[in-house]
Ligand binder design. Structure first.
Ligand SMILES: NC(=O)CC[C@H](N)C(=O)O
Length: 485
């Protein structure tokens, strides 16, 4: 066995989800499988047991594969700090920054890191399931690419292309993706996976048959639209996969332009009776039962945005009225009296919201840690990813690693809400809320979601054909579809 690249016709076609589904499907068959994404662009990341930072999606895919997540599964992580600048993480550690103009040149060294890592991973696992990025037909980026066809070509990996039928145009997107690739790239593109389908598959069949005829490639499966399936996403905006809203406890999460680790609130959203809204609306922030300021990859800039949007006033009014506000990491930093930052924004010393008696100081060294602790007798396992550190400047009650004053709470710890006892105790204390009887824990929900994904693969995908592809690679006689590039 060897590998496969899961590419997509667009971003958000479902590559991460399909890769996670295939990881769990193979793991259930007893295959030792590892996920891999050469380069992920995301502010949602996780700290592995060895202290390495990787994209949250690869971390979840490793969980799906039932293997220990590690740096090699996502050797390059680009964390956008602004529209023009990304912080680079290579092999789990900070590796400088990349400006938009350097995108082509600055990546050559990163490609070699990714290729070497893939080679080593492939020696240690039976199968490596690779996830592409965006679309392989972004022909302006093809030269120097090491995430999509650049990776597939280097290692001779067969490619399946996932398309999102829910947004329409999927057949044109699939045909066009193929026809815009060179003959050599096309030779690896081996099949199609239609994703997020709702309705009668019988109506779709004639279209798929034509697509198969025109491309000479098989539709390997039509995966249904799955409710209540979310994935630790690359994009904070992908939160639409959360469970049904309409809960009696309303949590508002402020949608910072550079939100990071916004997956923190997934566990709240999954709790029956709790509805979570990502928002930039001051009225929603005023009226919610609980407000959360999540992490941010640009604390000082997102704080300025918070003020400009009238959200800072709404947060302050809540705090004064004794209505709960929780800041996590970057959001916690914003609650301080003062922020000294010559590192992330270079803004020097700026006033914070002044809602906690704390001071923040940024350092070039990055904290990557997996702390444990407890609160009100509930144990908490968490992770930390930040440059800024917080110190108290006045009296405040301690809360996890951070502080609480009145209705304002703050912690640098990500992932605390995944701890069922802590999550429910905290919601109980701040919002007088109690869990539904017999509500499942978050870890159990995540596990059952991964199994549902694998069930969907078994039911809706030609798994024999997929296994052949993973074992034997692309069939040498796939036709070329003009015009090519
Ligand atoms: N994960 C975060 O929210 C990071 C907070 C802040 N940008 C820092 O690096 O310190």
């Amino acid at each position: 066995m060897s590998g496969l690249l899961v590419a997509g016709t667009t971003s958000d076609a479902g590559k991460s989800l399909v890769t996670a589904a295939l990881c769990r499907w193979l793991a259930r068959r007893g295959v030792r499988v590892a996920p891999f994404k050469s380069q992920n662009m995301s502010n949602n990341s996780m700290v592995c047991a060895d202290g390495a930072e990787i994209g949250r999606a690869q971390w979840l895919q490793a969980r799906a594969a039932r293997v220990e997540p590690e740096a090699a599964m996502n050797p390059v992580l680009l964390k956008p700090g602004s529209d023009r600048r990304s912080h680079v993480v290579a092999l789990g550690k900070p590796f400088g920054t990349l400006e938009a103009g350097e995108y082509a040149t600055g990546r050559a060294g990163l490609a070699e890191i990714a290729f070497d890592t893939f080679s080593s991973l492939r020696k240690r696992f039976d199968v490596v399931l690779c996830e592409g990025a965006g679309s392989p037909a972004e022909i302006n980026l093809r030269e120097g690419d090491y995430v999509n066809m650049g990776l597939a070509r280097r290692f001779g990996l067969p490619v399946v292309v996932v398309g999102d039928i829910d947004r329409g145009g999927v057949m044109a997107a699939m045909f066009g993706t193929l026809a815009l690739l060179s003959a050599e790239d096309q030779a690896l593109v081996s099949g199609w996976l239609v994703n997020k389908f709702r309705g009668d598959v019988g109506l779709l069949r004639p279209g798929l048959e034509t697509l198969e005829k025109l491309t000479g490639r098989e539709v390997l499966g039509v995966l249904p639209w799955l409710d209540q399936v979310w994935i630790d996403s690359e994009d904070a905006l992908a939160a639409a996969g959360w469970g049904a809203s309409g809960g009696s406890l309303r949590v508002a999460v402020v949608r910072f332009p550079r939100a990071s680790n916004a997956t923190d609130v997934d566990a709240l959203a999954a709790e029956p009776g709790v509805s979570v809204a990502l928002t930039a609306d001051p009225d929603t922030v005023r009226s919610a039962d609980v407000v959360i300021l999540p992490g941010s990859r640009a604390t000082v800039d997102d704080l300025a945005w918070l003020r400009a949007r009238g959200l800072a006033d709404a947060v302050r009014a809540r705090a004064e009225a004794g209505r709960p506000v929780l800041g996590i990491c970057g959001g916690y930093q914003m609650l301080a009296a003062e922020i000294e930052d010559d590192v992330e924004s270079g803004a020097g010393t700026v006033p914070g919201l002044g809602l906690l008696p704390t001071r923040v100081s940024f350092s070039a060294d990055k904290v990557l840690a997996r702390p444990t602790g407890s609160w009100r007798g509930q144990s908490v396992e968490a992770y930390e990813i930040h440059h800024g550190t917080v110190t108290a400047t006045g009296p405040a009650e301690s809360f996890l690693d951070g502080y609480r004053r009145g209705a304002v709470w703050g912690t640098m710890w990500h992932g605390a809400f995944e701890n069922d006892g802590f999550r429910r105790a905290w919601l109980g204390e701040v919002a007088d809320w109690s869990p539904a009887a017999g509500a499942p824990g978050f870890g159990a929900l995540r596990e059952s979601m991964l199994d549902r994904l694998a069930d969907a693969v078994e039911e809706h995908v030609d798994t024999e054909a997929l296994l052949r592809l993973i074992e034997n690679g692309a069939d040498g006689s796939l036709p070329f579809v003009p015009p090519g590039v």
